[in-house]
Design a protein around this ligand. Structure first.
Ligand SMILES: Nc1nc2c(ncn2[C@@H]2O[C@H](COP(=O)(O)OP(=O)(O)OP(=O)(O)O)[C@@H](O)[C@H]2O)c(=O)[nH]1
Ligand SMILES: [Mg+2]
Length: 382
């Protein structure tokens, strides 16, 4: 793994001077349980469990956290860079920073937005974001971009389609981080979301392309999931996946202007009847289908009103916080799973036999269950 320039030494050589040992050295071979993060948002590297001693640049962390809390953009950008860093030496600092800011996070509505390429996500976010800013909100736009795994860069959060918004002081647009796995990308986005909340952004938009697992991942980190669709639903409802209908809190048909309007109305009817077949996520929320034209700035205010109505209803029935608590604990388990797998693969007993065992399974010589047992035995021996 090659580290980016800013991942090498986050504190530009000041680390040595300000280092404050947090913990006394451990007896050889003993592991220390890292500090528990309220809300289980992850951030520490389990591979470091066996590392003898943790040093933390507390002064710097406190400075950055204070800067974030006061809404300073440079501090926020610095905090995100630290969170996104792939340098294992930064993971303890990143976790400490998150811990510091966690009590100030959460005061927002988190909105996930998805839809196929070209449906108008960027155009909608530009119009929607401007509407929110006009109404006194501070908006952060983040992205979970599955393609960034391949391209190493972001195609989302593109500032060209969000020209006006990107010039706004009360808007913060952060392109998708790069990562080796979707889980890795989502982990950073989720943590960045908490930083933005601590910085005073009260509407967090998480955008993703409607491809595969990324929608499910985004839905698992937001309060409200909005699915953008095109007006020409047709018989097959654009091949819309049932799974996606199940996670949507609303369907928004974009480009519903001019000649497209009747088609959009027709599509709305089709979605409404399709939605009847889907088990509702909450007995207090009937998933609505709305029409808008992001390009012509029509129907945008209605979307915000609907999200506010959702938030009020969910809070009234105590579902808002309950969902967040569930999401946080699911997230913790997802991180545990991911990190355990990592730990497993890197275990030297496992690594020594992995290739051979895997070959045995693929050639039908060893059964998967026997292979799994052998690997786990080897792991436990360590
Ligand atoms: N007629 C019409 N065109 C729109 C509307 N919204 C977006 N478009 C156009 O549709 C095209 C795609 O819009 P984008 O906002 O880039 O779509 P996107 O979903 O962000 O696309 P990707 O970033 O590729 O996933 C652009 O040419 C927009 O101008 C709308 O409400 N009406
Ligand atoms: Mg776009």
């Amino acid at each position: 793994m090659r580290l980016r320039e800013n991942e090498k030494d986050f504190f530009n050589g000041e680390t040595q001077r300000d280092q404050i040992p947090l913990n006394p050295p451990l007896p050889k071979g003993e592991a220390r349980i890292p500090p528990l993060e309220k809300g289980g948002q992850g951030g520490f590297d389990p591979l470091r469990l066996s590392v003898k001693i943790k040093v933390l640049n507390l002064t710097k962390i406190t400075q950055i956290a204070d800067g974030v809390r006061s809404g300073n953009i440079r501090s926020l950008a610095k905090a995100i860079t630290l969170i996104e860093s792939r340098n294992p030496d930064h993971s303890t600092d990143a976790a400490a920073l998150l811990d510091n800011l966690l009590p100030d996070s959460g005061n927002s509505i988190r909105v996930g937005i998805s839809g196929v390429p070209g449906v108008g996500k960027s155009t909608f976010i530009e119009a929607f974001g401007m509407h929110l800013i006009d109404h006194g909100h501070k908006v952060a736009i983040l992205a979970v971009d599955p393609s960034s795994q391949l391209s190493g860069g972001s195609i989302l959060g593109d500032k060209t389609r969000m020209e006006e918004l990107s010039r706004e002081q009360n808007a913060f647009i952060r392109p998708s981080p790069t990562g080796d796995t979707l889980g890795g990308v989502a982990r950073k986005t989720r943590e960045t979301m908490l930083l933005c909340e601590a910085a005073g952004y009260d509407v967090i938009i998480v955008e993703t392309v409607g491809v595969g697992q990324s929608e499910i991942t985004v839905a698992s980190m937001v309060d409200f999931f909005l699915l953008l669709q095109l007006p020409n639903a047709g018989d097959e409802l654009q091949g819309i996946k049932k799974g996606v209908m199940e996670i949507a809190d609303a369907i928004l048909i974009n480009k519903a202007e001019g000649d497209n309007r009747p088609k959009a109305e027709l599509a709305r009817g089709q979605y409404l009847s399709a939605l009847h077949m889907v088990k509702p996520k909450s007995s207090h929320w009937q998933v609505p289908t709305l029409l808008c034209s992001a390009l012509h700035n029509e129907g945008i205010g209605e979307v915000w009103q609907m999200i506010c109505a959702f938030s009020t209803t969910m809070k009234k029935h105590d579902e808002f916080e309950r969902k967040r608590r569930l999401q946080a604990s699911d997230w913790m388990w997802a991180l545990v799973q991911e990190d355990l797998k990592d730990l497993f693969i890197r275990n030297k007993n496992v690594a020594a036999m992995l290739e051979q065992v895997q070959l045995g399974v693929s050639e039908g010589v060893t059964s998967p269950s026997a292979a799994a047992r052998r690997l786990l035995e080897a792991f436990k021996r360590h």
